[in-house]
Design a protein. Sequence first.
Length: 271
Amino acid sequence: MTDPLHQDLLALAREAARRAGELLRDGRPADLAVAATKSSPIDVVTEMDIAAEKLITGLISEHRPHDGFLGEEGAASPGSTGIRWVIDPLDGTVNYLYGLPTWAVSIAAEQDGEAVVGVVEIPMRGESYHAVRGRGARATGAWEGERELSCRAPAPLDQALVSTGFNYVTEVRTHQAEVARRIVPLLRDIRRSGSAAVDLADVAAGRLDGYYERGLHPWDLAAGDLIAREAGALTGGRPGERPSRDLAIAATPAVFEPLQRLLEDFGAWHD
């Protein structure tokens, strides 16, 4: 039986993601510029990241004023209800800055520390992905109606299409490039979209066999990780661990363990 609280959280997350997506898509200034940098000069924030986060937190607070927040652009409060919203208002900021279409709004609701609702809105595709823990994952898009998501059919690792991403710190991205160089001959191919949320949604939708990345924050993967798992993918980090900043992996059950072993052998989790 569906938990009414989770359905309420889902409806609120979907509305907040839709509105933020519309703001980002329709309100992007022609002269958009960098407002600040974070971990390095190429890790950027724009005025639109900040505006989208304010829209999301404002809307959620109107309906649930005592919930907690963790947002990429600074929203942070513990709350008192056991519900915390984990928000990336614009995942793929560099893509957005350059006018590339691969970016997303990512919103997850955690209950007592576990993600129970996830929404990934991809406005330039006209697609919206969502999941409730234990209830599967679904999406709307150019197709008719709402589609139930299922990850890709089993394939061996050497026939797997896998996506990854690169950190903004030079030393880390150099090591990541070396790992990618070693792993690409063992796969069908590698892709790099520039948005963890989009990659995780694509694993859920069967567009990728797997995805891995080092250096992600909770807001990068909270929603997408739940959506991928609810679509039948396996997710984790280093062997026996959950996804973390050291390593995050999402893949079909056939690809997950061999991909995880390779990444461990190649030291994907350290410099």
